[in-house]
Design a protein around this ligand. Structure first.
Ligand code: 4NP
Length: 152
C-alpha cells in the first residue's frame, strides 16, 4: 500500500494538477486525507508559480472540482518523498526515469496502467474543449483504479 503519490505532466498546469485534485477528492471521500499525501509537479519549469490553465480550471469546475495547485517542477527530493510517481505519457515517464537518482525507491508508472484500454493521458494544451473533457474522464478512471489497487 502506498502512502504518497505524485502526478507528473510536462507543464504542471493541465493534466497533473487535475489528477492531483481528483485523487485528493477521492481520498477525502474515504476519510483518508491524513494517511495519503498527494501532489503534482511538472517536468518543465516554464509555468512555475502559476495557477492551472484557465481552460483546465473551467472544465474542472463544470465537474465540481476546484484546482488550487500552483505549478512547480519535479525536484530531486520528490524521488525520496513519494512512493509512487505517475506520469501522464511516455515522454513524462522517460524524463522521470532519467531524473531519478539511482538510490531512489519511488516506483514510476504511467497513467496508461490504470485505464482500460491502456492509453496515455494526451496533452490538451494546444487543442480544444474536447481534449480537456477527455483528460477529466480518463483521470477519473485512473484515480479510481489507483485508489483501489495502490491505496486501499
Ligand atoms: P500539461 O500541459 O503538461 O498537461 O500541464 C502543458 C502545459 C504547458 C505546455 C505544454 C503542455 N507548454 O508547452 O507550455
Amino acid at each position: 500500500m502506498i502512502k504518497s503519490i505524485l502526478f507528473v505532466c510536462l507543464g504542471n498546469i493541465c493534466r497533473s494538477p487535475m489528477a492531483e485534485t481528483i485523487m485528493r477528492e477521492l481520498i477525502l471521500e474515504r476519510g483518508m486525507a491524513d494517511q495519503v499525501m498527494v501532489d503534482s509537479a511538472g517536468i518543465a519549469n516554464y509555468h512555475e508559480g502559476e495557477r492551472a490553465d484557465s481552460r483546465m480550471r473551467s472544465h474542472a469546475a463544470d465537474h465540481g472540482y476546484d484546482i488550487l495547485h500552483r505549478s512547480r517542477p519535479v525536484l530531486e527530493e520528490d524521488f525520496y518523498k513519494f512512493d509512487l510517481i505517475v506520469g501522464m505519457d511516455s515522454s513524462n515517464v522517460r524524463d522521470l526515469e532519467y531524473k531519478r537518482p539511482a538510490d531512489s525507491e519511488s516506483r514510476i508508472e504511467m497513467v496508461a496502467k490504470y485505464v482500460t484500454p491502456p492509453q496515455p493521458c494526451p496533452d490538451p494544451y494546444y487543442g480544444g474543449a474536447e481534449g480537456f473533457e477527455f483528460v477529466i474522464t480518463l483521470l477519473e478512471e485512473a484515480c479510481e483504479n489507483i485508489l483501489k489497487h495502490e491505496i486501499l
